[in-house]
Design a protein around this ligand. Structure first.
Ligand code: GLP
Length: 246
């Protein structure tokens, strides 16, 4: 069953999340990792890089697989998932290009790109540790509300909320209408699924995640069924929960 962990603030949550990631890699140096991008996990990754350096935790045998990417956005655009992962993880941790495989947002062969990622996961075995965020509409990666629970990597037409919220990542106005993402099946099959949410704006999202019926119409709620699911939230994100949950 999923565990719910509550923290005083964003720093405490990020510290705990970073500690879990470090522990995973210490236990399994060759772990297959899949990390979300976005504002939520930023501090977690900065702390991971700091701890890895200070305590000499070796990420040299890990492999990183991309969770999602904006279609049509070049990797050097600062709003791309590509750029984020390089900035906060790959460069600080000294990850070699042979240690990651990300979705190509500029692909002209969408099906082929999805197949490539599906085959890679199949070959490497299960994802050991996934860090997920949650979108304002309950999405995980770009698995928008209503996505099939058995979905594999696919291209998603982004809904209104995601397109609107997504603007925050980009310096210039760019068309963001589609995303490419691992599917819910792959997300839910991860050995450990760590989901993070912080801040007041995520309070209604967390309320729906935990108090609505578990269903793919609000994908984040599916974490409740994950045998090794951990949902870390801060006081603000917990603020709309029923008192019993708070
Ligand atoms: C984005 C990404 C997700 C991310 C989520 C939450 O659109 N596709 O992978 O987890 O939305 O983002 P944030 O952490 O910025 O709230």
């Amino acid at each position: 069953m999923m565990q719910l962990k509550k923290f005083q603030d964003y720093t405490a949550l990020s510290t705990a999340a970073a500690a879990m990631i470090i522990e995973c890699v210490r236990k399994k140096p060759g772990a297959l990792l899949c990390f979300a991008t976005g504002d939520t996990p930023r501090l977690t990754y900065q702390l991971v890089a700091e701890i890895a350096k200070k305590e000499e935790v070796d990420f040299g045998n890990c492999f990183f697989i991309g969770l999602d990417e904006w279609l049509g956005i070049p990797p050097d655009n600062t709003g791309s998932c590509h750029h984020f992962l390089h900035q906060y993880l790959f460069i600080p941790l000294g990850i070699h290009p042979s240690q990651f495989q990300l979705f190509d947002g500029l692909t002209t062969n969408e099906d082929g790109e999805c197949e490539r990622m599906n085959r890679l996961i199949e070959k490497k075995g299960n994802i050991d540790f996934m860090v997920a965020g949650v979108g304002m509409n309950g999405h995980i990666g770009f698995n928008e509300p209503g996505t099939d629970m058995n979905s594999m990597a696919h291209v998603a037409v982004l809904d209104e909320t995601t397109r609107h919220v997504g603007k925050k990542y980009f310096q210039d106005e760019v068309p963001i209408s589609k995303g490419i993402t691992l599917g819910l099946k792959q997300v839910l099959q991860a050995e450990t699924l760590l989901m993070l949410a912080n801040g007041l704006k995520k309070a209604p999202v967390i309320k729906r995640t935990l108090e609505e019926e578990i269903s793919n119409s609000f994908p984040a709620s599916l974490i409740q069924q994950h045998k090794n699911g951990i949902l870390m939230i801060d006081t603000e994100a917990a603020s709309e929960l029923e008192t019993a949950q708070k």
